[in-house]
Design a protein around this ligand. Sequence first.
Ligand SMILES: CCCCCC/C=C/C(=O)SCCNC(=O)CCNC(=O)[C@H](O)C(C)(C)COP(=O)(O)OP(=O)(O)OC[C@H]1O[C@@H](n2cnc3c(N)ncnc32)[C@H](O)[C@@H]1OP(=O)(O)O
Length: 388
Amino acid sequence: MGLRIQRGRRPVAGSFLQVPALQLHVSKTAMRASQKDFESALSQVKLLKDPGNEVKLKLYALYKQATEGPCNTPKPGVFDLINKAKWDAWNALGSLPKETARQNYVDLVSGLSSSSDSSSQVKPEADRKQRGYETLVVTSEDSITKIMMNRPAKKNAITTQMYNEIMLALKAASKDDSAITVLTGNGDYYSSGNDLSNFTDIPPEGIEEKAKSSAILLRDFVDCFIDFPKPLIAAVNGPAVGISVTILGLFDTVYASSRATFHTPFSHLGQSPEGCSSYTFPKIMGPAKAAEMLIFGKKLTAAEACAQGLVSEVFPDSTFQKEVWTRLKAYSKLPPNAMRISKQVIRNREKEKLHAINAEESRVLQERWLSDECTNAVMNFLTRKAKL
Ligand SMILES: CCCCCC/C=C/C(=O)SCCNC(=O)CCNC(=O)[C@H](O)C(C)(C)COP(=O)(O)OP(=O)(O)OC[C@H]1O[C@@H](n2cnc3c(N)ncnc32)[C@H](O)[C@@H]1OP(=O)(O)O
């Protein structure tokens, strides 16, 4: 995928080491908590002074998730208050992997130990923060779950790990007690789209296998947006490229900074539209405007994107954060069930169609990734010969 450079020879992992981007694939799993760390945290927790019910619930939930996986017991009755609170806390962790839960447990106990050492209280903010993500900052506050892409130095380019973490964060947000969910970016970009170095991490089975697994990842990723049950809002804080633009058609509301731009340079990259944009964009802006973006890679300003219906409202960059969050805090106080049901009424009849479109777009891209056009475009970027 994007690396069929030596014709007739089977590319192997690491066969392209002269490209500096390739040397960045360092596994971070070594940083995860071991079973020993976990056991030591379990002993340590008994020595702590009472951390309060909220923290105890969090510890309980992480312990259950780390040892048993996702919540697997029936919901206790409404009058069984204590067991229901415990069940809710565990269930809110969704499909958080066992090892991440174990790491979060160890981190939480270590934070509690150091704060009790210095006789200070655990800050509620620290408790509200959901940890365990390396490429995102995920917080829940004021009935809003905020998922912030957090690779500002790389313009929030989406690595394989980030795709997976966004899926996990969305799954957790779909089950937590927030009313609305917001996706945004840290730094000057919203996101520069797919991290092009994803194309360099070729498994020993070869590039066809890489294209296949990437198509599966893409399809799963987009499916999470199609199926997301609560109001989903994008706060587009700066320029957006590629897949970060296409999936906007699956959001319920899109707010943009006046500095944001919207760019889908698929033909330049030898690729084709994804994120259901081959369907949502013509529907939103009409086929002629959609073709200019999706076939010819026309970059839209925030004002143009708003005029064409892709963006709900544009705010001056200087007041973007303040105005957007004030608006969202007001929306988050609306009855959550009514909002969820309204979304279902608006979106549900399209769901099946969107899943079929997503499958088709992913299948077409799987082939595109093996093309010379795509290989050359990705190579040119990675060897610093080309930028958008
Ligand atoms: C599982 C696979 C699913 C795939 C789905 C299909 C998805 C398709 C798409 O999303 S297509 C869009 C792909 N994106 C791009 O082609 C953007 C490439 N980037 C650029 O052209 C430029 O970086 C820029 C215009 C976004 C910003 O330019 P500039 O302001 O001059 O900043 P830098 O180029 O210096 O960027 C800083 C730093 O970030 C790295 N970087 C930025 N974007 C990407 C990216 N998309 N992939 C990889 N790396 C990126 C850039 O290389 C710099 O790194 P460095 O500091 O040099 O180490």
